[in-house]
Design a protein around this ligand. Sequence first.
Ligand code: ADP
Length: 221
Amino acid sequence: MASHELKTPLTSLNALLQVASLKLKNSEDPFLAGAMEKSNIQVKRMTAMINGFLNISRLESGKIYIEKQNFDMEALIKDMISEASLTASTHLMHFVQCPPIPVNADRDKIGSVISNLINNAVKYSPKGKNIEIACKTKDNQLVVSIKDEGMGIKRDDLTKIFDRYYRVQTNNTQHIAGFGIGLYLSAEIIHRHGGEIWAESESGVGSIFYFSLPLETIWAV
Ligand code: ADP
């Protein structure tokens, strides 16, 4: 209920900021245009957090439905990269091509998984580092991977990061905002498609997050 109520003022704020942003684009005061752009980014972040909580409550009351459609994975990944680039111009994002495969899955929900993994790669790695998003087929699965050159995750934590509300507690992570729900929701979405989600990581070197979708789902006609 609270999450839902928070969305109404946020929607108005978003609309007002969009208009103000347009009006101030050509302002003589460069601070104003910059401030509007930053405010837009913060509103987007807050909206994503509130949506996360709404999705948790939907999930727990059995109200998350998988609505499958055929779509092109490469186009979806590209959309998610451009969206993430709007709020994270600080990292270099590289995309390695996908095989031209029509995917049969819930496009919006798979999009939210990709966006969550890209945003985490940005959040947990220093500015100026590379993020590589790749896609391939292996053993009747389509596997998407998101690789970063960030702080990495210790072996003990790797098994827990997909748990609800779990966050790694270190000096490096304590100033990074989050609630520990993104990976939990992503795992639920992938499992409901019959796929898997996992990570490989080395502390101080970086992490690779993977998710797979079974080809039976993908090739469905
Ligand atoms: P949040 O980022 O909001 O805390 P997530 O569920 O997305 O929530 O991630 C859970 C935890 O896993 C994070 O708090 C962080 O400790 C760790 N984590 C996730 N992605 C990465 C990454 N790419 N590199 C290092 N740690 C990560």
